[in-house]
Design a protein around this ligand. Structure first.
Ligand code: NI
Length: 186
């Protein structure tokens, strides 16, 4: 196993629309394993292939089973987590009801904002064996699925915010990444 470097906003490659997966082979399995390792190392709960510069419709997630609405509430490492691989995911239905979660993203490290999305979704996806699944998701899982599918379409959570909020996050992120780079060079 190995990890991949993660792309950070405003890297233009994050805006790529990913291609559907047609071969359910060992290469795909290995990519998914490496993505899990990359996500664990970065302490994330979801990662789309786009974020590691692989432009195929593949997502890995390990969503904590909690109603915690903020990113802090979700950090507890003792929370039970469900491991999921979603290949060629498609949202079939969205609820009219919405919910608001404080979202973060490994491509925008250390930045968080409340995002409003449909509270429940029905999603169809394939697993690593090419088997089709349909699933109803609510709560944090529903939010995470929508956030990650957005990545496959070149969309980031800040695209759902007002321009003012987005620009504020972009400024903070640029500063954060610059400081990280500086301390890495020291
Ligand atoms: Ni993300």
């Amino acid at each position: 196993m190995s990890t991949y470097p993660i792309l950070f906003h405003p890297d233009k490659r994050l805006r790529t629309v990913a291609e559907p997966i047609t071969d359910f082979d060992d290469d795909l399995r290995q990519t998914a394993e490496n993505m899990f390792e990359t996500m664990h190392q970065a302490k994330g709960i979801g990662l789309a292939a786009t974020q590691v510069n692989i432009h195929r419709r593949l997502i890995v997630m390990e969503v904590p089973q909690t109603d915690g609405n903020t990113s802090n509430e979700r950090q507890d490492e003792n929370l039970p987590r469900e491991k999921l691989v979603l290949i060629n995911p498609e949202i079939l239905e969205k609820s009219a009801e919405t919910s608001e979660y404080e979202e973060g993203c490994l491509s925008l490290p250390n930045q968080f904002a409340k995002v409003v999305r449909p509270a429940a979704v029905k999603v169809r996806f394939y697993d690593l064996d090419g088997k089709e699944h349909e699933r109803d998701a609510t709560g944090l899982l529903a939010t995470c699925i929508q956030h990650e599918i957005d990545h496959l379409n070149g969309i980031l959570f800040i695209d759902h915010l007002s321009r003012l909020k987005r620009e504020r996050i972009e400024q903070r992120l640029a500063k954060y990444l610059k400081n990280q780079e500086k301390s890495a060079n020291e």
